[in-house]
Design a binder for this molecule. Structure first.
Ligand code: SF4
Length: 396
């Protein structure tokens, strides 16, 4: 069958200055629709406390592990994206779920909570660069390319939790499932029981690490589909002979760790152990002593021998808190050039105060609502994940 080279779709995202313009169809560059308190306001902590107290059980605040300390201080529960969505669903008494995290997490919370519960994202510009790397139009075009190559019917899509609701819904419609960094292996095995190939979205690194390290496939079994190139930059033959088609997406935080970072820290701190998140590049994971989700990283370091030294390759807010909570161990950031997740850090105390005070005054702001058909199919993909064997421990 010939390759018709379906035209690539550019990422339909204009460059917007955060907070100065808005694009309601995406997660970025959104103006705050109200008056934010000044970051220098010395009363911010007291205002947040008072608004939360006024709302009582009507509000439940979820704090992702990568959030700032000043925001985490007000979280009713902390965790990874899926645990937080489950926690939201476990609190039906809460009229408002305030999600201190990023947009795709708030979408999942909306899908998993009751229709009368409202999910609030304090800053709509808190998106995720990885989720933005797979727009639904691009993924639909990719599927057409797979159909042209004659493999769409035998390909099962698997999407990482860190994707938009539209991508989760696409996955649900095409017989696939959502996965987390803790159950990516089970989800790939599940997919290979149903098809010959997997289209893994949107994180190429988690897909490659899982396929090669956990399932024993070779690097050559994996190809990378680049949505910015005709036919994904692949020939029909390359598509037909691949076992795993990896979407060309990555996390801007975890993608920055390099094998040289591992070499450098081992030289600097003899005997140090390196633990990294599976969103890191394959070459980094191969050099590390351990790999795992945020929850696994926390559990490993908490249980480690006093006096042990650890270099951690994940988001800086979490690593800083790990270091504070484990003063008997030496905890360092894997890269000497430190880096926060810029979009996670959009949620700050002024936005949290503004959201809580607005809710306390009876004004619902920044509600995240997933359209019904999208929510239905995304839920199908999420439910398939929940039915996978083994514990579901999610994990951005
Ligand atoms: S850490 Fe990476 S995957 Fe997580 S929200 Fe930030 S950009 Fe997205």
């Amino acid at each position: 069958m010939g390759n018709t080279f379906i035209e690539p779709r550019p990422t339909p995202l204009a460059l917007l200055l955060l907070g100065h313009d808005s694009d309601p169809g995406s997660e970025r560059g959104v103006d705050c629709p109200g008056d934010l308190p000044a970051p220098s306001d010395p009363g911010l902590v007291e205002r947040a406390r008072a608004a939360k107290q006024a709302l009582g059980d009507r509000v439940y605040i979820l704090g992702h592990h990568y959030q700032r300390d000043e925001v985490i201080a007000f979280a009713d529960v902390t965790g990874d994206s899926f645990k937080l969505a489950q926690q939201a669903a476990a609190h039906p008494e809460a009229e408002y779920i305030v999600f201190a995290g990023v947009h795709f997490m708030a979408e999942s919370a909306d899908i998993l909570t009751a229709p009368d519960q409202m999910v609030i994202l304090p800053d709509l510009a808190a998106g995720c660069s990885m989720a933005d790397m797979a727009a639904i139009a691009q993924v639909e075009a990719c599927w057409s390319t797979l159909a042209e190559a004659g493999v769409a019917e035998t390909t099962i899509p698997i999407t990482y939790m860190n994707s938009t609701a539209a991508i989760k819904a696409f996955t649900g419609r095409h017989g696939g499932a959502v996965c987390t960094s803790s159950n990516a292996e089970q989800s790939l095995r599940w997919a290979f029981e149903r098809g010959e190939k997997v289209l893994f979205l949107p994180d190429q690194h988690l897909g490659r690490n899982t396929a090669v390290r956990e399932l024993g496939l070779s690097l050559d079994d994996c190809v990378v589909f680049n949505p910015h190139k005709p036919g994904g930059g692949l020939t029909p033959e390359q598509i037909r002979s691949a076992r795993v088609i990896l979407w060309k997406g990555h996390c801007s935080v975890h993608g920055r760790f390099t094998p040289e970072c591992v070499d450098e820290v081992r030289e600097r701190v003899p005997g140090i152990k390196v633990i990294v998140h599976p969103e890191c590049q394959y070459e980094v994971v191969e050099k590390a002593d351990a790999v795992g989700s945020t929850e696994k990283i926390i559990a490993t370091i908490t249980a480690a021998e006093p006096g042990s030294a650890w270099a951690v390759g994940t988001e800086l807010n979490l690593v800083k808190r790990l270091a504070l909570a484990n003063p008997d161990k030496q905890i360092v950031y894997l890269d000497r050039t430190v880096c926060y997740c810029a979009t996670m850090n959009r949620i700050d105390l002024p936005h949290l105060v503004w959201a809580l005070e607005s809710l306390a005054a009876g004004t619902v702001v920044n509600r995240i609502e997933v359209e019904a058909d999208t929510a239905h199919w995304a839920r199908v993909a999420l439910d398939r994940m929940l039915a996978l064997p083994g514990p579901v421990a999610a994990r951005d």
